[in-house]
Write a new protein. Structure first.
Length: 323
């Protein structure tokens, strides 16, 4: 069932607060400060597509802020990753000390677990896609590097991602649950690819990091061969014509070792696939094998250590949460 709220029938002095409350209930708690002295006018329309929440906001010029205080008031709420697709009007998003200017037709990624603010200096229309951060299967470090980065319609993943998201936002209300579940899985995969592309682009642009490009190539190689049970530091080093010792030195500045990164990415991929509601497909053991785990017992122990529950219980809990 969808949600549609407008300020049309609300008293002028209450419009901004009313719209702020509607957005906060639909997405995440935010503060809204109108940027004109005129009575505020706004609309919120939202639909659920599997575990993805797709919302359209249209309103007068305003600043939307998610402050540390608002985040602290709901410490148990699940962190979400958001992608904003700017339909009309400009947006300027600030997070983690970075500032992204998003023109009409562009997109920007942000993390609701950390403070951010968005300025819309003129009347605007935007599509917002929110999904649980855990389902993307990306390291926290990569998400921090990718947030507050604008992507234009002709840049990186933009030519593929933007048309798809535009059509999805317009038609989200029309899909049956089973189709919606599968489309949500596609959204998660595309957002993971977007983050990987943004991280690699940022690493290549950062000055003073001569090894950043090689680290990026290694990460790409790991992503491409993640399902190969033979993937190991030795194989990675051979593929890049470096020693295993030098490979480990490259990752001294990273948050995880090479071996731990491989395991973490495999577990995240399994968790993401097992968490997709309504999927009647592969068994737990088939999912584990697809992502490079050859021993089911070892996979179950490792998964439980990382997520606190066995993989079968994880699948059951995710399905229950989504109902």
């Amino acid at each position: 069932m969808g949600v549609r709220v407008t300020t049309g029938s609300v008293a002028d002095e209450e419009k901004a607060g009313f719209w702020s409350g509607a957005v906060s209930r639909t997405l995440v708690p935010i503060e809204v400060r109108p940027l004109t002295g005129l009575p505020f006018d706004g609309l919120v329309e939202s639909h659920r597509l599997g575990y993805v929440r797709i919302s359209t906001l249209e309103a007068d010029a305003a600043r939307l802020s998610r402050t540390a205080a608002l985040i602290a008031r709901a410490p148990l709420s699940e962190p979400q990753v958001g992608v904003g697709v700017q339909v009309s009007g400009r947006a300027v998003l600030e997070q983690d000390g970075r500032r992204a200017e998003v023109p009409p037709g562009g997109l920007v990624l942000y993390d609701t677990a950390r403070p951010y603010a968005v300025d819309y200096p003129e009347r605007f229309r935007t599509h917002l896609f929110h999904l649980p951060r855990r389902l993307l299967g990306v390291p926290e470090r990569d998400l921090r590097h990718a947030s507050a980065t604008a992507v234009g319609p002709a840049e990186g993943c933009g030519p593929v991602l933007l048309p798809f998201l535009g059509v999805l936002a317009a038609s989200a209300h029309s899909y049956p649950a089973r189709v919606g579940d599968r489309l949500a899985g596609s959204v998660a995969d595309l957002f993971s690819a977007l983050i990987a592309q943004l991280v690699l682009a940022r690493a290549a642009d950062e000055p003073g990091t001569p090894n950043a490009h090689l680290v990026g190539r290694v990460r790409e190689y790991i992503d491409r061969h993640l399902g190969d049970p033979e993937l190991s530091p030795e194989r990675i080093a051979r593929a890049h014509h470096i020693s295993v010792r030098y490979l480990h030195r490259l990752f001294e500045g990273e948050e995880v070792t090479v071996s731990r990164l491989i395991q973490q990415l495999r577990l995240d991929a399994c968790a993401r696939e097992l968490g997709r509601r309504g999927r009647t497909g592969p068994t737990v053991s088939a999912v584990a094998q697809r992502w490079g785990f050859v021993n089911p017992a070892h996979f179950s122990r490792t998964f439980r250590a990382a997520y606190g529950v066995p993989p079968r219980e994880w699948r059951s809990l995710r399905n229950d949460d989504a109902d």
